[in-house]
Design a protein around this ligand. Sequence first.
Ligand SMILES: Cc1cc2nc3c(=O)[nH]c(=O)nc-3n(C[C@H](O)[C@H](O)[C@H](O)COP(=O)(O)OP(=O)(O)OC[C@H]3O[C@@H](n4cnc5c(N)ncnc54)[C@H](O)[C@@H]3O)c2cc1C
Ligand code: FES
Ligand code: FES
Length: 1345
Amino acid sequence: MPCPSRSDALVFFVNGRKVVERNVDPEVTLLTFLRKNLRLTGTKYACGRGGCGACTVMVSKQDPACQEIRHFSVTACLVPICSLYGAAVTTVEGVGSIKTRLHPVQERIAKSHGTQCGFCTPGMVMSMYTLLRNHPQPSEEQLLAALGGNLCRCTGYRPILESGKTFCLESNDCQQKGTGKCCLDQGEDDSSSLGRNNDMCTDLFEKEEFQPLDPTQELIFPPELLRMAENPEKRTLTFHGERVTWILPGTLKDLLELKARHPEAPLILGNTSLGPAMKSQGHFHPILLSPARISELSMVSKTSNGLTIGAGCSLAQVKDILAERVSKLPEEKTQTYRALLKHLKSLAGQQIRNMASLGGHIMSRHCYSDLNPILAVGNATLNLISGEGSRQIPLSEHFLAGLASADLKPGEILESVYIPDSQKWEFVSAFRQAQCQQNALADVNAGMRVLFKEGTDTIENLSIAYGGVGAATISAQKSCQQLLGRRWDELMLDEACRLLLDEVSLPGWAPGGRVEFKRTLVVSFFFKFYLQVLQELKKLVELFSVPNSRCYPEISDRFLSALEDFPVTVPQGVQRYQSVDSHQPLQDPVGRPIMHLSGLKHATGEAIFCDDLPMVDKELFMALVTSTRAHAKIISIDLSKALELPGVVDVITAEDIPGTNGAEDDKLLAADEVLCVGQIICAVVAETEVQAKRAIEKIKITYEELEPVIFTIEDAIKHNSFLCPEKKLEQGNIEEAFEKVDQIVEGEVHVGGQEHFYMETQRVLVIPNTEDKELDIYVSTQDPAHVQKTVSSTLNIPINRITCHVKRVGGGFGGKVVRPAAFGAIAAVGAIKTGHPIRLVLDREDDMLITGGRHPLFGKYKVGFMNNGRIKALDVECFINGGCMLDDSEQVIEFLILKLENAYKIRNLRFRGRACLTNLPSNTAFRGFGFPQGTLVTESCITAVAAKCGLLPEEIREKNMYRTVDKTIYKQAFNPETLIRCWNECLDKSSFHNRRVKVEEFNKKNYWKKRGIAMIPMKFSVGFAASSYHQAAALVHIYTDGSVLVTHGGNELGQGIHTKMLQVASRELKIPMSYMHISETSTATVPNTIATAASIGSDVNGRAVQNACQILLKRLEPIIKKNPEGTWEDWIEAAFEQRISLSSTGYFRGYKAFMDWEKGEGEPFPYYVYGAACSEVEIDCLTGAHKKIRTDIVMDACSSLNPAIDIGQVEGSFIQGMGLYTTEELKYSPEGVLYSRGPDEYRIPTISDVPEEFNVSLLSPSQTPLTIYSSKGLGESGMFLGSSVFFAITDAVAAARRERDTAEDFTVKSPATPEWVRMACADRFTKMIPRDDPKTFKPWSIPIA
Ligand SMILES: Cc1cc2nc3c(=O)[nH]c(=O)nc-3n(C[C@H](O)[C@H](O)[C@H](O)COP(=O)(O)OP(=O)(O)OC[C@H]3O[C@@H](n4cnc5c(N)ncnc54)[C@H](O)[C@@H]3O)c2cc1C
Ligand code: FES
Ligand code: FES
């Protein structure tokens, strides 16, 4: 038994190297150990909760039961270091390196353009690598499953998947597999548009270049570990940490003795339940018992009646075990297994399924558990064991509710689970509905089982269990009891629904919200079960020719659509762009799909992000203390307890700020008053991250609540609470026009906010220098000059002492324009006060809480139109929720109003907008800057007009679109020719009209599933509405060896700006890109830069780089003329000899942009990007789920600088837009606390959300003198095209409502979540559910838009 004082040595391997830790701390995770102790920073932190996959590594272990080596992916942020005893870990660094040898996975993801910011890339690489270790030629479905737990916020996943497909068995040259057609076939309807055109390319990379996968080259499992596994040490090992002891017994007997001695100590297996609870909910366990070496817990035994699975088996193993059982037994015996398998496919991501154990899953008894409801209805039994012997208990409702009488006794553990086979006349089904298909916790799930009296449809036994509708899995026992003996018919169905709603009651205030949706699912799921069983019964009766059987009612084909769930399918698609002119020199990279400059380094983990910088001497860590009140006076701040803690050096408050504490209404650190939950009050500085975070818990702040407290736009309007004056644009005579129209419609639109969810959270490292108050700041920002200025005013030192460095940013999307300055300034105050370097890395939870995001919007419209659909007058009023500080809200509302007309020429217009001041964290810039929210109002209005005219929305769009050279509402002239081209090409490429007909045919034939199709045009203006923002500078040095160092004012956010800049420099200097390098963006090399935002980064910086290169080339011209046959190196050498400067700045005095709001006129934007998107979806009216059948995008990139990067921007922003409009939902408590603070509560699209067919075409090039080489900035515009999915969903919902005779005009609400879709498809089930009077309870969450 363990000796309490001595720690054993923890032995494991990392990338083939042995690690022996003699004083290991059990609280340390593998992620921290890799990053801090081993300095392997390729593995990234992005959420810390197992939900994003950025920290994926491969673990290899000898299985104690079958003695085979298993390779499996895990999320290192949830792996306790002690769980790795005897394991081999492979990180991205162990897979390959640009210094030695790239692994094919790394090479292919980079060359297929599967990396943008690169922050998710190591995780993607490791998920794919692990898959290939187990299946060198996987199927595409296996690939999709392997990547299901990895989030990417930039790429839209398509290129990542494309790179993985190159390893797949069935991969061939055609990118349109699965449709039964080749993309290059000419044929009827949709394939016709995909024909080959000589100038058009559909390949963005050369597959032939790829090195083959050679499995013999992989790292082997360390022989030493093999020996350890073959002769396992039976002795109990113990690892003592500062607060926690990890005990690793070698035998079951020892484990049971330990459990008897420490009954409170949890068994730790996957740590996917314990880990998040310890991290986020403050759970603490001084002793952890690890049964990792106990082979008895991994045993599987099969009997003729069922299957016993060891509690220690991972969910991934359970999946394999069940699949094998299903393949061997007749269908009737495998009902329960198949139901479990169904949920095991969508339960979390692959990594979590690899880590989580069956025992841990059952014992965690989460209310959302996907397996427990099925195990409960399937009559599973738990085999328990303790020092006193073994016994069985049923996995019953009482067990799941944690009733002591039905639970484990102290000292007992779960050894295994027995799942009986099903029998003839027994049916088991599983149901679940989540925000997304994959990697999302279910809102409601259910297991249902019915057993009939042999040969009849009389219910002999019925069990139904639900998850997500209470604190635990709930069994509807009473209802089931009452239905015994009933026949399986419509009468029973009605009675069952009534009973179920009565028994499974959910109060209006229930945690998690979505109450009416959940109630509806309770009965909708049962209805699905009813139909499924009816079908099966019919089959059985036919098969066995049962005598005297009743004739089951035919289910009309129209209703069969209720039965099938949407399968997860592997997306396919084509990307088209124009190839460069055949006369263009090979050396000239402009217009070619050049790989991202950092692509390979992203893939090997060698690309350095802010927090990957090594620890500097005497570095301290900072953690932030934020307000827990929405509006309150700060009465006192007691720091004493925090300062007493070991390692704590100081606490920084507003009083420590030597200069200005931000602006009057935007304080860096709150001093007297707080304006929202999440406002920063002070910051702890400590020796380690753990110490700093523990200390913030000890700071006591007392508040006095203040009035008013405003969260919603509605309340802000009521209180006249606004951040800035109203913005208004008007043309024509709107009142008069309304009098002359045939019809008028008024409506409302609500658009929820959006979290940036950049994968790299906000982070900064401030290093104070000893001399002259100089500071070096390494920061993840889109605007280093703003950080520099803010730090200067905060510290009251001149700007010239502060240098901000930005190597690369792990995603920004607007969220790193304004906010990083505050973090930089607070960290700088800490650095100056303590004299130490300060590192500040925000946790995902804090980042989401503090930083704000896209402004939620409430819009009202009144539109007047003729019966033919011609719109004569439009009056729109928009309100955005700005939060508690001004930030960018005034510009956002300006942009929103300027862009609201989108592609339409409407003679009489009035647009008004206001930014509301509320007690929420300040909202800020976000890709599209108001356009994606505002224009949803315009397009919703078009849909409403179409409904009234009995026309298609697309007809109304066409009818009202700009057609000829014209002026916008703010009187800026423009030519809409390209807009019309995009629209027409999209109509053609998507075969819109044919498919519209097919959608209608489908809808006629299907009652419970409906399809919708929508096409959206876009006119998106790039740039800022002020001239001073349109300038850029560059600095280009040529060194004496001929190599060139380029620096410019743009920041690399993943959008490939550095790659594009070198393409420009390469063309101008006429030398290959290999001569060139960009090291970083720094305020010391290019001063006074503007934020890299508004889609014009490459435009303006490209012109500056061009200018610098042209100056240099001009200087070199005489030398070149003299020696035309010379090499670049010769010329440079000669230039140096002749004392010609080989360094030049470049400058671009950009576009003149202005807007006179008084007159309502101006030229605020340099140019427009046009585009169109057509999307088709199918919805499940019973659950609200949808699948994206196809999306076609046509985008006007004019003459793309780099089609791979531009298509990447279009696809990535489209998917991000799709998230905004369909799944991403921020939830706030009635007290203004943001609930959704991680990937589990806030659903950004995953790989399985990509449309099944996803085609992107860049319009054939055209010329514009305005921009560099006639290119266009495509960073933001694709975002709005995501709304085509939204309108396709609402189109499908409208079809359902028409059929059900429900009013067709419904309030438009984005995102169109499953909840919204289900409730909008009103039917007999939505009518059945109880509704609460909102005045009688306090809801769990409040809508703020
Ligand atoms: C990102 C993420 C996504 C997820 N998504 C889903 C989802 O979609 N659907 C879903 O249903 N679940 C989901 N989960 C939850 C997951 O299924 C559970 O966390 C997991 O199954 C718990 O298993 P574990 O081995 O990690 O348990 P651990 O965290 O190691 O342990 C959990 C508890 O079980 C007890 N325990 C473990 N084994 C035994 C035993 N043999 N005897 C007695 N007690 C034992 C421990 O004492 C502990 O209290 C998700 C989790 C994460 C982190
Ligand atoms: S950081 Fe580990 S899964 Fe997100
Ligand atoms: S490239 Fe995937 S998150 Fe940026």
